[in-house]
Ligand binder design. Structure first.
Ligand code: AMP
Length: 292
């Protein structure tokens, strides 16, 4: 596996692959790789001739007081994991390589609507930072396919709208969330949890699953959400948000939608965890919704 840190050799290498008619897949990451990231690499491997992973802790997507400085940087072991998963190229640029003019005056990309609320409500500017770095990586790599995790469900929706609105000729592939055996969604931030909080953390997924089951058995959404919030708080979490959204994260309308997404963010101490699940609600009587 080749590792590159600069833009010129990246462009040169990828241009040669493109000229040879090879299909390129991109897997953007912030590193500190776990089985969730590697599932994206495996998916990309099955869909393309050349798999490019990127490793960049993007300062633009961290707010003031967030964990940019503390975020784990583990280039050596990430490189070994990617090579073992048959990745062809790792692009790991420095901040000054992607943003040579500095962060203050960097041109940014804003994806309206879908960036608002949920994580965008609590992390102001976060999705502008994500949309900016992903646009940059799309321009530099020009992949045919790019893989993103459903674990960051709002991010996936932001990227899908970005690609549609800016006519990037790139197929976006969403990959299901990889979990620890106890149900906790794998995340680089799980490493911040002390032993006690790590033991508590799977209760987040358990409560989401319980809420999903309550919704499926006909519990009213407002009641199911409020019970889940209370249960999470009683378990020791501080709830940032817990919501149901419809397709493409549009507001959920029980009269129109039978399928939705249950999305939550909680704090355990200062560690923020996110997770989401697909939900199916029984058709309300007289709604006229037909399932084909
Ligand atoms: P990150 O390094 O956290 O920016 O994540 C890089 C990519 O890996 C994003 O597309 C994430 O959605 C995806 N990802 C992170 N954790 C998981 C997981 N547990 N399962 C599947 N994909 C994940």
């Amino acid at each position: 596996m080749q590792t590159l840190h600069d833009i010129a050799p990246l462009r040169e290498t990828l241009q040669a692959h493109r000229m040879a008619g090879r299909r390129i897949a991109l897997v953007p990451t912030m590193g500190n790789l776990h089985a969730g990231h590697l599932a994206l690499v495996e998916r990309a491997r099955g869909l393309a001739d050349v798999v490019v992973a990127t490793l960049f802790v993007n300062p633009l997507q961290f707010g003031a007081g967030e964990d940019f400085g503390q975020y784990p940087r583990t280039l050596e072991s990430d490189r070994d994991k990617l090579a073992a998963h048959d990745c062809d190229l790792l692009f790991a640029p420095g901040v000054e390589t992607l943003y040579p003019g500095g962060l203050e005056t960097q041109t940014q990309v804003h994806v309206p609507d879908v960036s608002e609320g949920l994580c965008g409500g609590s992390r102001l500017g976060h999705f502008d930072g994500v949309a900016t770095v992903v646009s940059l990586l799309f321009h530099l790599v020009q992949p045919d396919i790019a893989c993103f995790g459903e674990k960051d469900f709002q991010q996936l929706a932001v990227i899908r709208k970005l690609v549609a609105d800016l006519h990037f000729p790139i197929e976006i592939v969403g990959v299901p969330t990889v979990r620890a055996e106890d149900g906790l969604a794998l995340s680089s931030r799980n490493g911040y949890l002390g032993a006690d909080d790590r033991a508590l953390a799977p209760a987040f997924h358990r409560e989401l699953s319980r809420c999903r089951d309550a919704l499926a058995s006909g519990r009213a959404p407002d009641a199911a959400l409020s019970e889940a919030r209370q249960a999470l708080q009683a378990s020791g979490f501080r709830v940032d948000y817990l919501e149901i959204r419809g397709p493409a994260l549009a507001p959920f309308d029980i009269a129109r939608h039978a399928e939705g997404r249950l999305l939550g963010a909680v704090y355990l101490g200062s560690t923020r965890l996110i997770d989401n699940l697909a939900v199916s609600l029984p058709r309300p009587a007289g709604s006229g919704i037909r399932h084909g």
